[in-house]
Design a protein. Structure first.
Length: 138
Protein backbone atom coordinates (compact mmCIF):
# COMPACT_ATOMS: atom_id res chain seq x y z
CA UNK A 1 0.00 0.00 0.00
CA UNK A 2 2.75 2.41 0.99
CA UNK A 3 4.81 1.54 -2.08
CA UNK A 4 1.87 2.25 -4.38
CA UNK A 5 1.30 5.58 -2.64
CA UNK A 6 4.95 6.58 -3.05
CA UNK A 7 4.86 5.65 -6.75
CA UNK A 8 1.68 7.71 -7.18
CA UNK A 9 3.35 10.70 -5.49
CA UNK A 10 6.34 10.38 -7.86
CA UNK A 11 4.05 10.32 -10.90
CA UNK A 12 2.23 13.42 -9.67
CA UNK A 13 5.58 15.17 -9.12
CA UNK A 14 6.66 14.45 -12.70
CA UNK A 15 3.33 15.76 -13.99
CA UNK A 16 3.71 18.87 -11.84
CA UNK A 17 7.17 19.50 -13.30
CA UNK A 18 5.84 19.14 -16.84
CA UNK A 19 2.88 21.46 -16.22
CA UNK A 20 5.14 24.13 -14.72
CA UNK A 21 7.52 23.89 -17.69
CA UNK A 22 4.66 24.25 -20.18
CA UNK A 23 3.33 27.45 -18.60
CA UNK A 24 4.13 30.79 -20.18
CA UNK A 25 6.80 32.68 -18.37
CA UNK A 26 8.11 36.13 -19.17
CA UNK A 27 10.36 34.53 -21.79
CA UNK A 28 7.60 32.56 -23.53
CA UNK A 29 7.85 29.17 -21.81
CA UNK A 30 8.11 25.83 -23.53
CA UNK A 31 4.79 26.20 -25.35
CA UNK A 32 6.47 28.28 -28.01
CA UNK A 33 9.22 25.68 -28.36
CA UNK A 34 6.87 22.71 -28.85
CA UNK A 35 5.60 23.27 -32.33
CA UNK A 36 5.06 27.00 -32.42
CA UNK A 37 1.25 26.88 -32.64
CA UNK A 38 0.89 25.26 -29.24
CA UNK A 39 -2.19 25.53 -27.10
CA UNK A 40 -2.39 29.33 -27.37
CA UNK A 41 -3.90 28.99 -30.85
CA UNK A 42 -6.14 26.13 -29.83
CA UNK A 43 -7.83 27.40 -26.68
CA UNK A 44 -6.75 31.01 -26.45
CA UNK A 45 -4.17 32.58 -24.16
CA UNK A 46 -6.43 33.31 -21.19
CA UNK A 47 -8.04 29.87 -21.05
CA UNK A 48 -4.67 28.09 -21.30
CA UNK A 49 -3.26 30.14 -18.44
CA UNK A 50 -6.30 29.49 -16.25
CA UNK A 51 -6.28 25.75 -16.99
CA UNK A 52 -2.54 25.32 -16.38
CA UNK A 53 -2.73 27.36 -13.20
CA UNK A 54 -5.59 25.22 -11.87
CA UNK A 55 -3.78 22.02 -12.80
CA UNK A 56 -0.61 23.28 -11.09
CA UNK A 57 -2.49 24.13 -7.91
CA UNK A 58 -4.31 20.80 -7.98
CA UNK A 59 -1.14 18.76 -8.45
CA UNK A 60 0.69 20.73 -5.76
CA UNK A 61 -2.11 20.19 -3.27
CA UNK A 62 -2.28 16.51 -4.22
CA UNK A 63 1.45 16.08 -3.52
CA UNK A 64 1.11 17.75 -0.11
CA UNK A 65 -1.98 15.75 0.91
CA UNK A 66 -0.54 12.43 -0.26
CA UNK A 67 2.73 13.14 1.55
CA UNK A 68 0.82 13.72 4.78
CA UNK A 69 -1.23 10.56 4.19
CA UNK A 70 1.95 8.54 3.66
CA UNK A 71 3.28 9.88 6.96
CA UNK A 72 0.11 8.71 8.70
CA UNK A 73 0.17 5.29 7.03
CA UNK A 74 3.77 4.46 8.02
CA UNK A 75 3.86 1.94 10.87
CA UNK A 76 6.22 3.38 13.47
CA UNK A 77 5.77 0.44 15.87
CA UNK A 78 7.39 -2.10 13.56
CA UNK A 79 9.99 -4.24 15.31
CA UNK A 80 11.48 -5.77 12.17
CA UNK A 81 14.19 -3.13 11.80
CA UNK A 82 16.35 -2.95 8.73
CA UNK A 83 16.48 -6.06 6.57
CA UNK A 84 19.99 -5.92 5.19
CA UNK A 85 22.68 -8.53 4.76
CA UNK A 86 25.33 -5.99 5.72
CA UNK A 87 23.56 -5.07 8.97
CA UNK A 88 23.23 -8.75 9.91
CA UNK A 89 26.89 -9.38 9.10
CA UNK A 90 27.98 -6.37 11.18
CA UNK A 91 25.95 -7.51 14.18
CA UNK A 92 27.41 -11.02 14.17
CA UNK A 93 31.02 -10.06 13.45
CA UNK A 94 33.46 -9.43 16.30
CA UNK A 95 35.62 -6.35 16.24
CA UNK A 96 39.36 -6.67 15.74
CA UNK A 97 41.11 -6.36 19.09
CA UNK A 98 38.02 -7.49 20.99
CA UNK A 99 38.47 -10.36 23.40
CA UNK A 100 38.14 -13.67 21.63
CA UNK A 101 35.87 -16.21 23.27
CA UNK A 102 37.79 -18.48 25.64
CA UNK A 103 37.93 -22.10 24.51
CA UNK A 104 39.56 -25.19 25.92
CA UNK A 105 43.24 -25.56 24.99
CA UNK A 106 43.77 -27.55 21.81
CA UNK A 107 47.15 -28.93 22.95
CA UNK A 108 47.09 -31.35 25.88
CA UNK A 109 49.03 -29.93 28.77
CA UNK A 110 48.78 -26.35 27.49
CA UNK A 111 48.30 -23.62 30.01
CA UNK A 112 44.91 -22.49 31.11
CA UNK A 113 44.15 -18.77 31.38
CA UNK A 114 44.45 -18.86 35.18
CA UNK A 115 47.59 -21.03 35.32
CA UNK A 116 50.92 -19.74 36.58
CA UNK A 117 53.58 -18.93 33.95
CA UNK A 118 55.83 -21.72 35.22
CA UNK A 119 53.22 -24.30 34.22
CA UNK A 120 52.94 -23.07 30.63
CA UNK A 121 54.16 -25.38 27.88
CA UNK A 122 57.10 -23.86 25.98
CA UNK A 123 56.35 -22.96 22.35
CA UNK A 124 52.58 -22.69 22.85
CA UNK A 125 51.29 -19.17 22.19
CA UNK A 126 49.19 -17.66 24.90
CA UNK A 127 46.22 -15.46 24.03
CA UNK A 128 47.31 -11.90 23.35
CA UNK A 129 50.95 -12.87 22.82
CA UNK A 130 52.61 -11.38 19.77
CA UNK A 131 53.79 -13.81 17.10
CA UNK A 132 55.23 -11.11 14.87
CA UNK A 133 58.89 -11.35 13.91
CA UNK A 134 59.25 -7.61 14.41
CA UNK A 135 58.05 -7.55 18.00
CA UNK A 136 60.49 -9.04 20.50
CA UNK A 137 59.21 -11.69 22.88
CA UNK A 138 59.48 -11.11 26.60
Amino acid sequence: MLTALIIFICIICVLLILVVLIQNSKGGGLTSEMGGLGSNQLMGVKKTTDLLEQVTWGLGIAVMVLSLVSFIIIDRNATTGVNSVNVDRAQTQTLPGAAAPQTAPAVPGASTPGAAPSQAVPGVATPGASTSALTPRK
